[in-house]
Write a new protein. Structure first.
Length: 141
């Protein structure tokens, strides 16, 4: 008789564990689905708002389109700079910057093209040309 009661209890407990595990898995699927759609909707809403206001999200594709002496954007430490108007004023000459137009110039800026490092003054000068950071929105085209 005791073995029969233990068997019934084991079946009940086992059934409960299986049921509980299944429900937790379903909850996780529902939560993941909700979070994914919330994130997707949030991104889509941001994109819609940006395009309605004329703003776009800065990304590397956008940066690569600004690769000429008349339209020179640099990516330095995840920040985007429009240095087009500064090229002729650069103490090292425009030729030191032009090869990096439309590209990531972090290493070149941080190492001053292998010549050391830029001064605090140079860094403050650069700050006036910042457009934004990668992933931020801008109206600059």
């Amino acid at each position: 008789m005791l073995i029969g009661i233990v068997g019934i209890v084991a079946i009940i407990v086992g059934s409960f564990v299986i049921w509980y595990s299944y429900n937790k898995k379903q909850d996780a699927i529902v939560i993941h689905t909700i979070n994914s759609s919330t994130i997707t909707n949030s991104i889509q809403n941001k994109l819609n708002a940006n395009s309605a206001s004329g703003a776009t999200i800065l990304d590397t594709t956008m940066i690569t389109q600004h690769n000429t002496t008349n339209d020179c954007w640099l990516l330095i430490n995840n920040k985007v700079y429009d240095v087009s108007s500064y090229l002729t004023s650069h103490p090292g000459g425009s030729a030191t910057i032009i090869p990096y137009c439309g590209k990531d110039a972090t290493v070149a800026f941080d190492s001053k093209g292998g010549q050391g490092s830029h001064s605090a003054f140079a860094q403050s000068e650069l700050a006036q040309f910042v457009i934004g950071t990668v992933g931020s929105t801008t109206t600059a085209q």
